[in-house]
Design a protein around this ligand. Structure first.
Ligand code: SF4
Length: 373
């Protein structure tokens, strides 16, 4: 390992946000095998310092694949006529939430395509009120909504919200979305979520066509600027039935995409220290042990899919989605085994709130007016 890398890693471990953007980009550009291992080890040491050798779990419910948006990379975009559309009923979601609690998972993620309507708002409110007695930490990932809707869902029982910015570079965002999709509105939604009191999560895709290490370093600075509590990032894996698939097929091998995803996890942990970082299921699409490697690179959250197997093929945002045929029980045992193989345990019975969020709440209780940095 070079002396320069050794010093960067040592400095980043001392305190959060210790590195300049050029230094973040330098860490993201590391390719030598020994240096990569040093990067992952340094990030993992911080993960263990802040979160222990435990992994927080959220059962993932894919509540529906109907979406009003048309993102150019997404398998369930509105214009993809090959998808069989579905929406789970309130009863089905409540049953899955009960299954989630029975598995010992104290947190739940409800995710779906983006629908903005009073009917959808009421539907989600109803579900949240019905699952409230289960006392789960509930994350919603239901896209862009008005602040009033976010507030209504918070009042009905949701505590966290994940809205990925996909890239912090507005020009790059424009190349991935139709003209009527607004990067600025997404940022404003993140601000609205903060005002409503959510634990707020965001994230980006790594390995986008035209994306540079400087862009990715800027993404990590964006997380800090928005003072987010949770990060959910994933490698860019083109879905074959999307406009971006043809132009992007040859950009990276699975191995390269995996390594870039792991580097983003590691450098984000080294920069932010105390946030929750998910080891995305998409990592597992690139290598069977992708999620475990995500944890060994600094992630502390895993989200096993508990949606009924019959719906999983219809919710494919990217190509090669894993665990299409494994029910929730199989996923649970598989996950326990996989995490045990790297010396980690599943943190059953705990919600796994973001430490960053808890610190933020303590700080804002004593210093009024906390916000973006
Ligand atoms: S990325 Fe999200 S908002 Fe865009 S089309 Fe897919 S589900 Fe809809």
């Amino acid at each position: 390992m070079t002396d320069g890398l050794h010093k960067l890693l040592a400095r980043s471990a001392e305190r959060p946000c210790a590195l300049a953007r050029s230094e973040l980009a330098a860490l993201l550009a590391v390719e030598d095998g020994t240096e990569l291992q040093a990067l992952f080890d340094a990030a993992y040491a911080l993960k263990v310092k802040y979160c222990g050798k435990r992994v927080a779990i959220r059962g993932l419910v894919e509540a529906g694949n109907v979406c009003a948006k048309d993102c150019l990379y997404c398998g369930i975009r509105r214009s993809n006529g090959k998808v069989t559309r579905y929406r789970l009923s309130a009863d089905e979601i409540v049953r899955l939430a009960e299954l989630n609690a029975k598995q010992g998972y104290a947190s739940l993620v409800i995710q779906s395509g983006e629908i903005e309507s009073e009917e959808q708002t009421r539907f989600v409110e109803d579900v949240l009120r019905r699952i409230a007695p289960l006392d789960l930490g509930v994350t919603l990932s239901l896209g862009e909504q008005t602040e009033e809707v976010y507030r209504r869902w918070k009042d009905a029982g949701a505590s966290r919200y994940l809205l990925r910015i996909e890239t912090s570079n507005p020009d790059l965002y424009t190349t991935l979305h139709p003209a009527n999709h607004s990067w600025e509105r997404r940022v404003e939604c993140l601000r609205a979520l903060r005002r409503c009191g959510y634990q707020v999560g965001t994230g980006v895709m790594c390995g986008l066509p035209g994306q540079t290490y400087d862009d990715l370093a800027h993404d990590i600075e964006f997380y800090d600027k928005m003072d987010v509590d949770m990060i959910g990032m994933g490698p860019f894996i083109p879905h074959p039935d999307t406009p971006l698939a043809t132009s992007c097929q040859s950009l990276a091998t699975n191995h390269q995409a995996l390594i870039l995803g792991l580097k983003m996890i590691a450098v984000t942990r080294l920069y932010l220290h105390d946030v929750n970082i998910a080891a995305a299921t998409a990592l597992q699409a690139l290598a069977p042990d992708g999620r475990e490697r995500g944890v060994r690179a600094g992630a502390n959250v895993v989200m096993p899919n508990i949606t009924d197997v019959k719906y999983r093929r219809s919710y494919q945002l990217y190509a090669g989605k894993p665990c299409l045929d494994e029910n929730a029980g199989l996923c649970k045992r598989c996950l326990e085994r996989r995490l045990a193989s790297i010396g980690e345990t599943v943190d059953y019975g705990h919600r796994g709130d973001s430490l960053h969020y808890r610190r933020r709440m303590c700080a804002s209780a004593s210093i009024p007016g906390g916000g973006e940095r």
